[in-house]
Write a protein that binds this ligand. Structure first.
Ligand SMILES: [Zn+2]
Ligand SMILES: [Zn+2]
Length: 256
């Protein structure tokens, strides 16, 4: 095994994590917490030891997922994947379509995996670590127990073997997925005012949505969409109430 071929993607993914989670952390937690205070979802603040735990476990997750991708794409297994080079038979339009498809499939994978690890036995041994962040910060986005990190990374197998993706589609999917993940763990609601009354609100997740999963421990298992939670009746019954409470504070709306 050539260790060097793992080094460059590992460094790239670490840099991606520290930029995409670090910049929002710097803005919302260090530089301008007062500017965004109206959108703060929970009133208490997470502690420094929470940030350190979240960062260390996120580094572990990045290590596991990168090793898995490189092990597949740099081995003869690559021939069995649907991974394609940019100059290919696939139209340029397949790039955004495949990224959207990957997000939809990932949401379904995540929902069912997430519900599985909420089974009391797995929760105690595996998923409890992610839930140590009762008030999550952007650093918590990849903060998983080793076993959960393996489960989370296994989605890459589905992605490479079942959806034709190029290098650019993988990159775009990774950036979209991680940005939404950071938004879910931001600790602040930042969605624009119009979002609440648009059709998007009906099926897309918000920061309040995933934050409630961390503060209430049950309900709101979806990653990007509300689809599975609504279908399986696992959405937290107070979600709309909580969202509207913060919406009123953020935009100085009058009580009904
Ligand atoms: Zn959970
Ligand atoms: Zn979370």
């Amino acid at each position: 095994m050539d260790v060097l071929q793992y080094l460059s993607p590992l460094i790239t993914n670490l840099v991606k994590y520290f930029i995409f989670a670090g910049v929002p952390f710097l803005i919302f937690y260090k530089l301008y917490p007062n500017t965004f205070s109206k959108g703060k979802i929970q009133s208490r603040w997470a502690k420094k030891k929470d940030f350190i735990r979240e960062i260390l476990h996120s580094i572990q997750m990045i290590f596991i997922s990168t090793v898995l991708v490189v092990a597949i794409l740099k081995s003869p297994l690559k021939d069995y994947t649907l991974f394609y080079n940019t100059k290919s038979d696939y139209s340029i339009w397949w790039v955004p379509i495949s990224v959207l498809l990957a997000l939809i499939v990932h949401d379904s994978y995540f929902y069912w995996m997430h519900r599985t690890i909420h089974h009391p036995r797995l929760y105690k041994k595996v998923h409890f670590l992610h839930h140590k962040s009762i008030n999550p910060s952007p650093w918590a986005s990849y903060s998983f127990h080793f076993i959960e990190a393996v489960f989370e990374s296994m989605f890459i197998v589905i992605l490479l073997f079942f959806i034709p993706m190029s290098k650019i589609s993988l990159l775009l999917f990774g950036l979209c997925a991680f940005s939404i993940n950071v938004y879910g763990h931001l600790g602040y609601e930042i969605a624009p005012k119009w979002f609440r009354n648009s059709f998007l609100f009906e099926f897309i997740n918000s920061s309040v949505y995933h934050n409630m999963h961390h503060s209430k421990f049950i309900g709101n298992y979806g990653l990007y969409f509300r689809f599975w939670d609504r279908l399986m009746k696992t959405e937290h019954p107070d979600y709309i109430k909580e969202y509207d409470k913060i919406q009123k504070i953020r935009f100085h709306l009058k009580e009904d």
